[in-house]
Design a protein around this ligand. Structure first.
Ligand code: ATP
Length: 456
């Protein structure tokens, strides 16, 4: 597996991820996705939405406002308890999360026993709504997307005539004023989440919790092509924390969050160690009950068939898109030797690749070649992300496409375009990123060949 530096440098050099506001020196915990990053991210989001909403009968989507009535965050517990223990080194004045310190020495200046007592630091970002900046106007940027599903539960159920069990999914930005950000886009202050609240009958939560754990694990493996060695499940229960999967002894005891009866955390083997990429929480009726109490609205469910009335329980698979981008890059980055040269290739599953095809003219000074190459690009564009590139010699153009994971390169040469060429055949070369196999295909069949090969 590559180290973090290799991935950070690839991301910057090739336009996946840039430091936010870089020309002003950046701003900690905020990142900008470049032209390739936005494609990769969109493809990940599309894959999730397809698996979670489009392919299912029992989940529907919403897209809610980022700023919600502040009472939402009172009911959810975030105003009172969404905090991390903050300590400051009395010597160098750097701040740390106490629960992340591994020794009594300051990680910055190395002095021992210089930390202040911990105080709880609330991670909510505050702002004001409207022209008056008084306490009555305080609002928060949402720290998770989940609460919008709870407060819209009744609207969605009624308008879509849904019966329990069913789920509500959302993709959107979340904000947390993390004490320490880091590991590139792993821990940010602004990030994107994909969360789904699955409302179910009390008593069936354990069964659904296991089912969603299995579904989500399978989705990660398939979507990112993750080997069994690099992903595992951390089982967090009140009694104990255990691991299903690799390195079972490498685990720190944890307690489930305040709203949860138990968590399955999916973890990926990053260079900095096993770290969470998705949390699957068994949230009981914690959220709906709290909102019922504070809003005064009845959110209980009446089951027509059994004539029972209850407050639904919830199982929530919640993942971060930015961490998924990192997984896609780490898992699929390969360096290999080809004819004594280093080849860097991003073996992204085709559905995730930012560009599906690059059309490359072998000679950019031959108008006949360039014309055909541009025509093929134009034919491909309505169907897939495709680019025309003539800014270097062919060997270099191939290497550039390998490095960003483009599954297919189409080369237009003399044989394709010049009837005067003795080997003229009107065909192009299609080169496969992974096998580097090359096939000759008539110009008018390129689109269909690519479309059939893009289906995995
Ligand atoms: P962590 O323990 O790493 O802080 P968490 O348990 O607080 O994460 P959840 O509240 O369960 O995270 O959020 C669900 C998902 O959202 C996480 O699995 C992660 O992928 C993503 N996520 C949470 N916080 C951040 C962050 N600061 N930056 C990027 N992604 C995040």
């Amino acid at each position: 597996m590559p180290d973090m530096e290799t991935i950070v440098s690839l991301c910057k050099r090739r336009g996946f991820v840039f430091q936010g506001s870089e020309i002003y020196g950046g701003i900690g915990g905020f990142w900008d996705y470049g032209p390739l990053g936005v494609e990769l991210k969109n493809n990940i989001k599309r894959a999730w939405w397809k698996a979670m909403v489009q392919d299912r009968d029992d989940v529907v989507g919403i897209d809610a406002a980022i700023i919600m009535n502040p009472n939402v965050w009172v009911a959810s517990g975030h105003v009172a308890t969404f905090s991390d223990p903050l300590v400051e080194c009395k010597n160098c004045h750097k701040r740390f999360r106490e629960d992340q310190l591994t020794s009594t020495a300051c990680p910055n200046c190395g002095n021992r026993n210089t930390m202040t007592e911990a105080r709880q630091f609330n991670l909510l970002f505050k702002t004001h709504v409207g022209p008056v900046e008084d306490d009555a106007a305080v609002a928060y940027l949402r720290p998770e997307t989940a609460q919008a599903m709870f407060v819209n539960y009744e609207n969605v159920r009624e308008s879509m005539r849904k019966k329990i069990p069913f789920g509500i999914a959302q993709i959107g930005r979340s904000f947390r004023n993390e004490i320490i950000t880091g590991n590139f886009i792993f821990r940010d202050r602004e990030f994107e989440q994909m969360e789904m609240e699955f409302f179910l009958k009390p008593g069936t939560e354990d069964e659904w919790h296991d089912r969603w754990r299995d579904e989500r694990l399978a989705w990660w493996k398939k979507t990112f092509n993750i080997s069994d060695n690099n992903i595992r499940v951390k089982v967090i229960r009140r009694e104990a924390t255990t691991i299903i999967g690799p390195d079972p002894d490498d685990v720190k005891e944890e307690k489930p969050p305040h709203y949860s009866k138990g968590n399955y955390d999916l973890e990926y083997r990053f260079p900095m160690g096993w770290s969470e990429i998705e949390g699957i929480a068994s949230r009981t009726d914690y959220d709906l009950s709290s909102h019922m109490k504070l809003s005064g609205k009845d959110l209980s469910y009446f089951d027509d068939e059994t004539k029972q009335k209850y407050i639904p329980y919830v199982v929530e698979p919640a993942m971060g898109v930015d961490r998924a981008v990192l997984v896609a890059l780490f898992e699929n980055y390969c360096e290999e030797q080809v004819k004594n040269e280093k080849r860097v290739v991003l073996r992204l599953p085709k559905a995730l690749a930012p560009f599906k095809a690059a059309v490359l003219p072998l000679a950019r000074n031959r108008p006949e070649i360039v014309e055909i190459a541009k025509k093929i690009t134009a034919e491909l564009k309505p169907h897939m992300m495709a680019m025309y590139d003539d800014t270097a010699a062919i060997g270099k153009l191939y290497r550039r496409q390998d490095e960003i994971g483009t599954p297919f390169c189409i080369t237009v040469d003399h044989q394709t375009a010049l009837p005067s060429d003795e080997k003229y055949d009107g065909k192009v070369t299609i080169r496969d990123r992974d096998s580097m196999e090359q096939i000759r295909v008539p110009v008018d069949q390129v689109k269909d060949v690519l479309l059939s090969r893009l289906v995995e």
